[in-house]
Design a protein around this ligand. Structure first.
Ligand SMILES: [Zn+2]
Length: 387
């Protein structure tokens, strides 16, 4: 008994070590790459790549206990690696709830992995029980990183912010614009007014659902996979009033149909595959691809296996080629899902390999510039809130 009592503090310390060390281990295991850096590319690809304004529509880095400003040898991105990959604009998404046993087919909404992750990462207590607080906390992490970055990471809230950023970037491209997005609108906690809190915290893009049906609408991976709820219809109207972009990644097919029918502004699908090259519950049908394009929006092609059916540059390029053939190059963009518990061919420092792949597939330099970021730049300049 005495020995046992003596062993207790040691066991507790060990347990705490495992508990608080687990998030970094998960980060390392679940945000992995097929090939570690460095990422060589041909001279012609490198030359073209270094002049591009590159934009990516989805990165979950804020979920993890990692200093965005420091280089890491795990995970997919941080400011040094974004700069090395020549990324000029990165959308950072906040993940606030994921179901236990997460899968692509069917998930109930009554369990949550993020509570334990929040505790293990020592997030503030209010984030343990509130999805809104989780979103606001992650937004705060991004604002703090931007404030400490010496102007190299810039949070974009308005068209004016973005125009000024582009001017500065043309003088010196060693800077990254950041746009905040919510992965699903469960952080509203069922209340339309909480949209104001998200807006005030800097959110400018709103995914409607993530891995489960929520108060706004159905998920591609939910139980019912329904369309817009009555609250969802109010939310769409409010998002459009506030010039926040609607992101249909993870939306059920019925939800995409409903939003296409009522939206008056361009729509995003921030990170997705397309059924034409990779059938799957969350990959876009040709009809929905055409709908997004008709809204004036863009589709961000993902880099991971369930999006493009392989972990390779060739598979990403094939999905981009297919989408461009269906809806035109001007509606196609990048949606890496970096740090979203996915396995990718490269990390953010390896993006020149994608430029090389697009060149090899016969895209012109102007088309590559549009896909790699020009389209997102155009959309945001036209759609962000005026000052
Ligand atoms: Zn996602």
């Amino acid at each position: 008994m005495r020995k046992f009592l003596l062993a207790l503090p040691i066991l507790a310390a060990l347990g705490a070590g495992v508990f608080f060390g687990l998030p970094s281990l998960l980060d390392r295991w679940m945000n992995s790459v097929e090939t570690p850096p460095p990422y060589p590319a041909s001279e012609s690809a490198r030359q073209l790549h270094d002049g591009l304004f590159i934009a990516d529509l989805h990165d979950d880095a804020l979920l993890w206990q990692r200093d965005l400003l420091e280089r890491h040898d795990y995970g997919h991105s941080d400011l040094p690696r974004l700069l090395e990959g020549r990324v000029a604009l990165q959308v950072f998404s906040t993940v606030t709830k994921t179901p236990r046993g997460l899968n692509y087919r069917s998930n109930a909404a009554d369990s949550d992995n993020i509570t334990l992750l929040a505790m293990a990462q020592r997030w503030p207590r209010e984030t343990w029980t509130s999805l809104l607080q989780r979103a606001l906390y992650q937004a705060g992490k991004l604002r703090q990183a931007a404030a400490a970055s010496d102007g190299r990471l810039v949070l974009i809230r308005t068209r004016g912010d973005f125009s000024a950023f582009i001017q500065a970037w043309r003088q010196d491209p060693r800077r990254v614009a950041a746009v905040l997005a919510s992965e699903g609108l469960h952080p509203l906690e069922g209340r339309l007014d909480n949209l104001e809190r998200l807006y005030d915290a800097g959110f400018r893009i709103a995914g409607l659902t993530h891995f489960f049906d929520n108060e706004v609408g159905g998920s591609a991976h939910g139980l019912d996979k329904g369309g817009l709820t009555p609250l969802g219809r109010q939310v769409i109207a409010r998002l459009e009033d506030k010039a926040m972009l609607i992101d249909l990644a993870h939306a059920s097919r019925a939800l995409i149909d409903d939003v296409l029918a009522v939206a008056r502004r361009p729509l995003l699908v921030s990170h997705t595959g397309v059924e034409g090259t990779c059938p799957g519950p969350r990959n876009l049908s040709d009809r929905h691809l055409r709908g997004i394009a008709a809204s004036g929006g863009v589709v961000g092609i993902g880099y991971w296996d369930a999006a493009v059916c392989a972990t390779s540059v060739a598979a990403i390029v094939q999905a981009i080629r297919y989408s461009a053939d269906q809806i035109g190059v001007e509606h196609v963009a990048l949606g890496s899902d970096f740090n979203g518990t996915v396995h990718t061919p490269f990390d953010a420092s390896g993006l020149a390999q994608l430029t090389e792949g697009l060149l090899a597939a016969g895209f012109s330099q102007a088309e590559i510039a549009a896909i790699m970021g020009g389209n997102v730049q155009r959309l945001l300049l036209a759609s962000l809130p005026a000052d």
